[in-house]
Each structure stands twice: as structure tokens, then as C-alpha cells.
Design a protein around this ligand. Structure first.
Ligand SMILES: [Mg+2]
Length: 402
């Protein structure tokens, strides 16, 4: 197998940078994007705001305490998506092997492209130049032989960074970095590793693997391999997506069942639309509920036949909701996702409908629905009595489950 060339690309403070692009008077200021009023979480913070300790996923209230003079702006998802599409179009000029991680982040496998467009470093440099020329925004890149190291490398010299880890230099690059840079090392693991005298990735690489296994089980072995820079996961393009979902953080916590179900319906419509756009169906439906106190639960069920139907997604999400203590505790976030995905056209899928005609009818109906959603947003399809449009944080949740 030829040595792989992988680039991880990540826009710098993406939402905040887009806001500054559209309003240059924000340049150099503490821009914080997210939530509405005092609710929701930070979606992005400019580098100036980060100096105050503000970071994404932090409650807006906390950000306001840390950075009282911050400029708080609402999320403008459609604008970010527009720019995201332009950025991804640039990636695709270099390789079809583009794995989106979020709107502003992707892995590219350019192993086969480099003969056409130059070395991996040159390709990463060209992408950076094109992104800046065509969007006015900066992106950071990491080049390595595997995803793990490419991702760490793109973060290494942010913003506007380009870091290349040459083949064979992986361990030397990782060794001085804190173990928190490794995926899957949370606060608890950090503490336990500190007890073993492990603070850097290099410290971890020196431990006997048996000890890691004894202390942390399978996860320990995985971390040990990461510390050695071993990661053979492939770059998986969009059609190999593992789950499709959507989640919302609400301006006001939900307590009334009718509000909860209304939001579930809105989510189901969004998830249905997205999964049909990918021409996929899903067998497993997962409901995620985060409460006011930030505790979180998920409930899943697997259907006999995969679906992409709004009403079915809603029906089962509602059933799952009934298995929680719905209404007992105020809810701040809801999410629905579909996994266990199948491509449309498999025999099981066609069997969903009584005949070919029926299937065509259904497809036409969904196409019409999706056009309306594209134009007016999903609220238009929710029965009028259920419509209320609170100002919400909006988070995309298209995961490839790293
Ligand atoms: Mg980013």
C-alpha cells in the first residue's frame, strides 16, 4: 500500500470570521456567535474573545460573565452554509475523497492526487490560497500520513496555519504535546493518566501497553496506539455517512408536552429532508435529550424497515420521548438522528411501498415538501397551531462518527 497523504482542513473561528467578513467593523473585536438573548450555547468565538476563556459549546451566560463587553451575535446558518459549499467545492477540485466533519472541517485523502497537483504540502498551500481568494476567509491545514495526526497538525499553528508532519516524524511530532490533544482523552482520563505520571503524548508512548490495557481496557490500547501515531482509519466521503441528524438548543427550556412534540416534529422534518438529500434511509432512530441541568440521555429504536419519511421519524421519536420522563424536567436541547443507513433502492426499501407507482408518488411528494422546506424553512410544514418561532441556537449534526 502506498504511503497515504491526508490533509485535515479547518476554517479559523468560522462563524465569527464570517460575521467579521460581512461587517468589517467587527475586525479585531471580541465576537461571540450563538444562542439568543441569554440562552443557548456559544457556537463560535473570535480569537480575541477566546483570550477571555470563551469557547464553543459554553453556555452564553458563562461567556457573558467572562467577556461582558463581547459582541454577541445570532447564528446565521444559511450564510455559513453558503460559504461552506464554496469551500467544499474547492476541496473537491483536488480529490473526490473528501470527508466532511462539519460545515467548516474536512479530511481529504490526496494520495492519488499528488502526481497531478504537486506534493501534499503544495496542495494544502493551494487550497489555503484558493479559500482565501474565493471567500476572504482563512483556513488551517495539517498534512500527515493518517487522520489523527493531520487533525492535530491543522490545530498546531492556528489561525491560518499549515503544518506538515513528514512520514516517519509522527512520534517526534506528538511526543511533546499534552495528552489532551488526543481524541477520547477527557478530564477523567487525564486525571488517571496523571496518576501514572503521564502528561504528554510522549509519556504515554513510553508506558507498557499491558499497563494501559489493565488500567483502561480496550480504550487504553486505542490511546496507546494513538500515542504511537498509529491510525489506519480511511477518509470516508459523504456517501459513506454513518448518521444523519439535527439538534436544537432552545431559547426557553421546554416543559409542556405540546411544545416538546412540536419541536420534535420540526426536527423530524429537517432530518427527513437531509437524509433524502443524501438518497439514504435509516433503520435506527435516536433521540437525544439534554436537560436544564446539562444532564443528557439518548434513546434508540431500530425499525424492521429503513425510512426517510418525516411522519415516521416523528412518530418513533415521539415514542422514544415517551420512554423518557418527558415533561418532568425542563429540556434545553433535543436531537434526532438516523443511523444504520441504507442507500435508496435496496429491495427492502422498495418493499416499504405497495408498488412502484406508490413509491414514485411518495418520492414526488417528498420532493415537493423538500422544495418548500428549502424555500421557507421547516416551520411552514408544521400545522399552523403548532407554530411558534423561538430564537434558537442551530447546530448541524452530520457525523461520520470518527
Ligand atoms: Mg473550525
Amino acid at each position: 500500500m502506498p504511503e497515504r497523504k491526508i490533509i485535515h482542513l479547518d476554517m479559523d473561528a468560522f462563524y465569527a470570521s464570517v460575521e467579521t467578513l460581512d461587517d468589517p467593523s467587527l475586525k479585531g473585536k471580541t465576537v461571540i456567535v450563538g444562542g439568543g438573548q441569554n440562552r443557548g450555547v456559544v457556537s463560535a468565538a473570535s480569537y480575541e474573545a477566546r483570550k477571555y476563556g470563551v469557547h464553543s459549546a459554553m453556555p452564553i451566560m458563562t461567556a457573558k460573565k467572562l467577556c461582558p463587553h463581547g459582541i454577541f451575535l445570532p447564528v446565521r446558518m444559511s450564510r455559513y452554509k453558503e460559504i461552506s459549499q464554496r469551500v467544499f467545492a474547492i476541496f473537491l477540485r483536488f480529490t473526490p475523497l473528501v470527508e466532511p466533519i462539519s460545515l467548516d472541517e474536512a479530511f481529504l485523502d490526496i494520495t492519488a492526487s499528488k502526481h497531478l497537483s504537486g506534493s501534499a504540502e503544495e496542495i494544502a498551500g493551494q487550497i489555503k490560497k484558493l479559500v482565501f481568494a474565493e471567500t476572504g476567509l482563512t483556513i488551517s491545514a495539517g498534512v500527515a500520513t493518517c487522520k489523527l495526526i493531520a487533525k492535530i497538525a491543522s490545530d498546531f499553528q492556528k489561525p491560518d496555519g499549515l503544518t506538515v508532519v513528514e512520514p516517519g516524524k509522527e512520534q517526534a511530532f506528538l511526543a511533546p504535546l499534552p495528552i489532551s490533544k488526543l481524541w477520547g482523552v477527557g478530564k477523567a482520563t487525564q486525571k488517571n493518566l496523571a496518576l501514572l505520571g503521564v502528561y504528554t503524548i510522549g509519556d504515554l508512548a513510553k508506558l507498557p501497553p499491558d499497563l494501559m490495557h489493565k488500567k483502561f481496557g480496550k480504550h487504553g490500547i486505542h490511546l496507546y496506539q494513538c500515542a504511537l501515531g498509529l491510525d489506519d482509519r480511511e477518509v470516508t466521503p459523504e456517501h459513506d455517512i454513518k448518521s444523519v441528524g439535527h439538534e436544537e438548543t432552545f431559547t426557553n427550556d421546554l416543559t409542556a408536552l405540546e411544545d416538546i412534540y412540536r419541536e420534535l416534529l420540526t426536527l423530524a422534518v429537517k432530518v427527513g429532508r437531509r437524509i433524502r438529500r443524501y438518497e439514504l434511509t435509516g433503520k435506527t432512530i435516536t433521540l437525544k435529550v439534554k436537560y436544564q441541568d446539562f444532564t443528557q440521555i439518548t434513546r434508540s429504536l431500530t425499525l424492521a424497515k429503513a425510512t426517510s419519511d418525516n411522519q415516521q421519524i416523528f412518530k418513533y421519536a415521539k415514542e422514544l420521548m415517551k420512554k423518557t420522563r418527558a415533561g418532568a424536567k425542563p429540556i434545553r436541547l433535543l436531537g434526532i438522528s438516523l443511523s444504520n443507513l441504507e442507500n435508496i433502492g435496496t429491495p427492502e426499501q422498495i418493499g416499504l411501498f405497495s408498488g412502484k407507482k406508490e413509491k414514485e408518488k411518495r418520492t414526488r411528494l417528498h420532493k415537493a415538501v423538500d422544495t418548500i422546506v428549502d424555500k421557507f424553512g421547516p416551520d411552514r410544514l408544521v400545522p399552523a397551531a403548532l407554530i411558534k418561532s423561538p430564537d434558537k441556537g442551530d447546530k448541524d449534526d452530520e457525523e461520520n462518527h470518527l
